[in-house]
Design a binder for this molecule. Structure first.
Ligand code: CP
Ligand code: NVA
Length: 313
């Protein structure tokens, strides 16, 4: 008599809330183990013989390098595709692309435009799919940001994060993280650039508070964070945004409203003199370089988790 072994359901990471609190805490713990191995030159080849395909429909420096270096460090291989050098740029449907790529590799990371495009890819993928940034979410970045906060200050639960600037993919993901991990999110965005209620519903006021004045949003914050005024794909709005966001530059006066030990983060790339002053991003409270490096460590933990599940240290 033969027995049928049921394959485990595929897990994707399309938005932060695709994982539950226990899984996110596991990833943060596992990233610490993985980073320590990396810093001590200890091999960590848990994904030997596995292949990651990366699909970029928008530009990238950090996401490209952190996923590629990370997969090599796990013992795996990487294939990089962009819209221009693949048939995606010649209108091959995303569903067909997903069917084909996912028969040949073990895991896929995509950076694209609408979240719905990523979801269509995932629906037709035989392997786990990771969101490497969409118009709506940037979950790998927030995983790295929270890991970085914990690395410098300990648990983020009960703390206050101030988001100053555009109600964009980063801001939406911070809100999902706040709801999951139990910290408070203050958001200040210019009129017309706040979070869309259709996407966020009615968040618990104990978790989410909006401010018209960015100084007020920073008051008592443990972490102040911002991002470019114009995200990729919205370049036509550049001039209008420059005007609208003029008062939303994180400078030393704004940082002075936050707690004395507050950190500053920015997912990068940054524009000094626009969303952040040079003295803040290059100053003592800024942890942006650790934040960028930590992308690699959390994503190694994430790829391991999606392919192998939770592992013992
Ligand atoms: N923060 C971030 O995702 O950077 P890249 O656009 O360079 O990948
Ligand atoms: N919000 C920015 C993040 C870049 C990493 C964008 O989407 O362009």
């Amino acid at each position: 008599m033969s027995t049928t072994v049921q394959a485990a359901p595929i897990r994707h990471f399309l938005q932060f809330s695709d994982l539950n609190k226990e899984e996110i805490l596991y990833l943060l713990h596992r990233a610490r183990v993985i980073k320590d191995h990396f810093k001590n030159y200890q091999p960590h080849h848990t994904l030997h013989d596995r292949t990651l395909a990366m699909v970029f429909e928008k530009a990238s420096t950090r996401t490209r390098v952190s996923f590629e270096a990370g997969m090599y460090q796990l013992g795996g291989e990487v294939i990089n595709l962009t819209a221009n050098d693949s048939q995606l740029g010649r209108s091959e449907p995303i569903e067909d692309t997903a069917r084909v790529i996912s028969r040949m590799v073990d895991i896929v990371m995509i950076r694209t435009f609408e979240q719905s495009r990523l979801e269509r890819f995932a629906e037709f993928s035989r392997v786990p799919v990771i969101n490497g940034l969409t118009n709506e979410y940037h979950p790998c970045q927030i995983l790295a940001d929270i890991f970085t906060y914990i690395e410098h200050r300990g648990s983020i639960a009960g703390k206050t994060v101030a988001w100053v600037g555009d109600g964009n993919n980063m801001a939406y993901t911070w809100l999902q993280a706040a709801e999951l991990l139990g910290f408070k999110l203050h958001i200040s965005a210019p009129q017309g650039y706040t979070l869309d209620q259709n996407l966020i519903g009615t968040p618990d006021p104990a978790v989410f508070q909006e401010f018209t004045d960015p100084m007020e949003a920073c008051r008592g914050a443990d972490l102040v964070t911002t991002d470019v005024w114009t995200s990729m794909g919205f370049e036509d709005e550049n001039e209008a945004r420059r005007k609208a966001f003029a008062d939303w530059c994180v400078d030393s006066d704004m940082m002075a409203e936050a707690n004395a030990d507050a950190l500053f983060m920015h997912c990068l790339p940054a524009h000094r003199g626009e969303e952040v002053s040079a003295d803040v991003i290059d100053g003592d409270q800024s942890v942006v370089w650790d934040e960028a490096e930590n992308r690699m460590h959390v994503q190694k933990a994430l790829m391991e988790f999606l392919l192998l599940g939770q592992l013992d240290d």
